[in-house]
Ligand binder design. Structure first.
Ligand SMILES: C[S@@+](CC[C@H](N)C(=O)[O-])C[C@H]1O[C@@H](n2cnc3c(N)ncnc32)[C@H](O)[C@@H]1O
Length: 218
């Protein structure tokens, strides 16, 4: 299966939430999310614990995770359709029944499609750094989003954040580490066996060091 084997699923004017061949589309600027109900137990065919990666890019990291940890169900949320269908093609080619690619905004998916105390582990690997000060407001790791994550996480669930951008890493530590719903349990360089991705290799090849931060939901 090539990514292009998954056609664009609807025109903008006809957008709606849609589960199609194992991929979920969550449209933007849409008001009726709550009319669409999904059951993860039905989608995955079991009630294994759920891990989620937000901002998955082409899904290399999450496809490996789903392969080596089949005892978990994995959700990969990516806003760009072209990238999400690369995740979908990995799912098809590797036969990963425990991986659900979701095309949509992480914030929309978290708010409308996840119920409370559902998630066991959440990951955000190399979120867009928005390095200019005037753009920093666009960063995904901010209080409203991490509060959404806390609400849908089980007690003692973990949130792992990985970035090459030291300024963003410091902001993450301040926002998440300083939030009463999270406690910092690890702050180090990326472990060697963590798994790789396009952006991981890119930044390492440019000699950047990668910060790895793990938090536990209180
Ligand atoms: C720098 S890339 C990293 C991709 C991947 N995690 C990796 O390590 O290769 C950031 C990705 O986050 C996606 N993204 C940015 N904001 C998002 C949002 N609010 N919801 C979902 N995906 C988002 C972008 O489309 C992009 O693919």
């Amino acid at each position: 299966m090539r990514p292009a084997d998954l056609p664009i699923l609807f025109k903008w004017e006809e957008r709606k939430p849609l589960l199609h061949e194992g991929m979920l589309c969550v449209p933007r600027h849409y008001e009726n999310h709550d009319k669409f109900s999904i059951s993860f137990e039905e989608i995955f065919g079991n009630n294994h614990p759920i891990c989620i990666e937000f901002c998955s890019g082409n899904g290399e990291w999450v496809a490996r995770a789903a392969t080596i940890y089949p005892e978990f169900n994995w959700i990969a949320v990516e806003k760009q359709f072209k990238r999400t269908r690369k995740i979908w093609s990995k799912k098809q080619n590797l036969g990963l029944k425990n991986l659900l690619p979701v095309c949509g905004l992480a914030e929309d998916f978290c708010l409308h499609y996840l119920k409370s105390s559902l998630i066991e582990r959440a990951y955000v690997n190399f979120p867009d750094p928005w390095p200019k000060n005037s753009h920093a407001k666009n960063r995904i790791i901010q209080t409203p989003f991490i509060e959404m994550i806390a609400n849908v996480s089980k007690p003692k669930a973990t949130l792992t954040l990985v970035t090459d951008d030291q300024k963003y890493a410091n902001q993450m530590m301040k926002v998440v580490g300083g939030h009463p719903r999270f406690t910092s349990v690890e702050d180090s360089f990326l472990p060697e066996d963590y798994g790789s991705s396009y952006f991981n290799r890119l930044w390492l090849s440019l000699g950047k060091s990668i910060r790895y931060m793990k938090f536990e939901v209180v």
